[in-house]
Design a binder for this molecule. Structure first.
Ligand SMILES: Nc1ncnc2c1ncn2[C@@H]1O[C@H](COP(=O)(O)OP(=O)(O)OP(=O)(O)O)[C@@H](O)[C@H]1O
Ligand SMILES: [Mg+2]
Length: 193
């Protein structure tokens, strides 16, 4: 009887572990589906891009160190605040920094630069990694386009959706083998005032 009880307890623990794993997997499936379902709805508040970039880079600094990559931030002076959704915009920044870290080699460099212009704020994510072949430069923004063995190809697509939802733009400049720079702009005032 006691032995049977222990068996039952063990089997229950095993099954809970399976259920837990499956819940986690389904959560990922649903999250991806929602991300594909349409542009994100935003809760806009006045935000400091420098603050969000500072936070993003501190979050990813351990990953940079682990890979032996120098992650530097150059904060522009007197940046006006932008109307933005902090969670969504941080997600966009994280995706771009992670891509840059994944592209750079050990001993390589990633620089994130912010700047203020007349009507917008720009953030540049520059790396000296493997770069992007000219024929792929348009395709990288398509959902599911990836050149990575374990990539989903959704990172840049989601990033672009978020940036567009903020009325901003995202483009890339790259020479294959010589790194890539992603340039993100955010309007200081929303188009509809
Ligand atoms: N900084 C970069 N340098 C070189 N290639 C890049 C860079 N950023 C993106 N790419 C290219 O664009 C492709 C698409 O990027 P995206 O972030 O959408 O997906 P992923 O990184 O492959 O997968 P995931 O983001 O889901 O992990 C990458 O597979 C890579 O080929
Ligand atoms: Mg990515």
């Amino acid at each position: 009887m006691a032995v049977g009880g222990t068996d039952l307890a063990q089997r229950t623990v095993d099954r809970f572990q399976i259920i837990h794993g499956e819940l986690h997997r389904l959560e990922n499936v649903v999250t991806r589906f929602l991300q594909l379902a349409g542009p994100p709805s935003l809760s806009l508040v006045p935000l400091s891009v420098n603050k969000l970039i500072g936070h993003t880079c501190e979050l990813l600094r351990p990953q940079a160190e682990e890979r032996g990559i120098d992650l530097a931030v150059e904060f522009g002076d007197t940046l006006p605040e932008v109307q933005a959704d902090a969670d969504q915009l941080t997600q966009a920044f994280i995706n771009l920094v992670i891509n840059a870290l994944q592209a750079a080699s050990k001993g390589g460099h990633v620089v994130v630069r912010t700047a203020a212009h007349e009507n917008d704020v720009t953030v540049e994510f520059a790396d000296d990694g493997y770069g992007i072949a000219t024929e792929n430069q348009e395709r990288i923004f398509e959902p599911y386009f990836t050149t990575k063995a374990a990539g989903s190809g959704l990172g840049l697509w989601i990033t672009q959706q978020i940036v567009h939802a903020h009325g901003g733009t995202l483009r890339v400049e790259s020479v294959s083998g010589k790194g890539a720079t992603f340039i993100l702009t955010l309007p200081v005032r929303l188009p509809h005032g």
